[in-house]
Ligand binder design. Structure first.
Ligand code: ATP
Length: 256
């Protein structure tokens, strides 16, 4: 078994009476793509929100490369080598594709605000290197030609790639993707499946599209009403009676 990059144990998060995560344990080994699936309201997004410091859990421990994430905040994530995309994408419609990607760079730049303000040479060099890196990610994701276009005029699939490029700019070791296939065409999902394994050492993928989960995930964790009800390869998960029961009434083979 590869060394764990992220380890979660006993994680509980409540919103009033609702137990969104109920003593959840999850390990993400280095070099693996882990899928997190489950019916609507199962706790998947809350899991990401807790890892990223958006939501404070009532109990539990999260460690990244052996270092405890405790009382951390969303802007600390880059230091731990973790990046995330949001379901809502969080892009600025009036800014260009490249500018949207560079917005994510502020947390990663080493240059101080003063040297940036006075455009000192180091700030220039860092900005130029960041732009090169941003362009390289846009090229990898097949949208380099759109770098100067305003995001507001792009189709949904391209906007999702911009959000992904922004997450990649910090060169994360662990990438958390919240429903990256939502709203994409079948062809776009296939392209995403080809790209995903090369994007970061480890990926955690919250996804309803089982085709994508089955094609890219090494293993899959299944949440239901905040509890981890199964963990295993996509094949074992598909035939797990508890998983089938959880999805009863939903289409486990496609969109939920
Ligand atoms: P979906 O697949 O529909 O996105 P999910 O598995 O991501 O669902 P969560 O969004 O994590 O589920 O929600 C888990 C539970 O916690 C749900 O019952 C939801 O209504 C509740 N919940 C999530 N966020 C909040 C919040 N900020 N305040 C109150 N309740 C919340």
């Amino acid at each position: 078994m590869a060394e764990p990059l992220l380890e979660i144990s006993g994680l509980t998060a409540r919103f009033g009476e609702i137990v969104a995560l109920d003593v959840v344990d999850l390990t993400v080994p280095a070099g693996r793509i882990v899928g997190v699936i489950g019916p609507n309201g199962a706790g998947k997004t809350t899991l990401f929100n807790v890892i990223c410091g958006f939501v404070r859990p009532q109990s539990g421990v999260i460690t990244c490369k052996g270092q405890a994430l405790h009382n951390h905040r969303a802007h600390d994530m880059a230091k731990f080598g973790i990046a995330r995309t949001l379901q809502s994408l969080g892009l600025f419609a009036g800014l260009s594709v490249l500018e949207n990607v560079l917005v994510g760079a502020t947390v990663h730049a080493r240059t101080g605000v003063l040297s940036a303000l006075f455009a000192l040479p180091r700030a220039d060099r860092e900005e130029s290197a960041l732009r090169d890196r941003a362009m390289a990610h846009l090229e990898t994701l097949g949208i380099g030609r759109l770098a100067d276009k305003p995001v507001g005029g792009l189709d949904h699939g391209s906007r999702k790639r911009v959000a992904l490029a922004r997450a990649l700019l910090g060169e994360p070791e662990l990438l958390l993707l919240d429903e990256p296939a939502a709203g994409l065409s079948g062809r776009e999902i296939e392209e995403l499946a080809d790209l995903l394994p090369g994007l970061a050492s480890s990926v955690v993928l919250v996804e309803h599209h089982m085709d994508l989960v089955e094609s890219v995930c090494d293993d899959v964790a299944v949440l239901d009403f905040g509890k981890l009800i199964a963990r295993g390869t996509p094949d074992t998960i598909r035939s797990d009676p508890a998983v089938i029961a959880a999805y009863l009434g939903e289409d486990a083979n496609g969109d939920a």
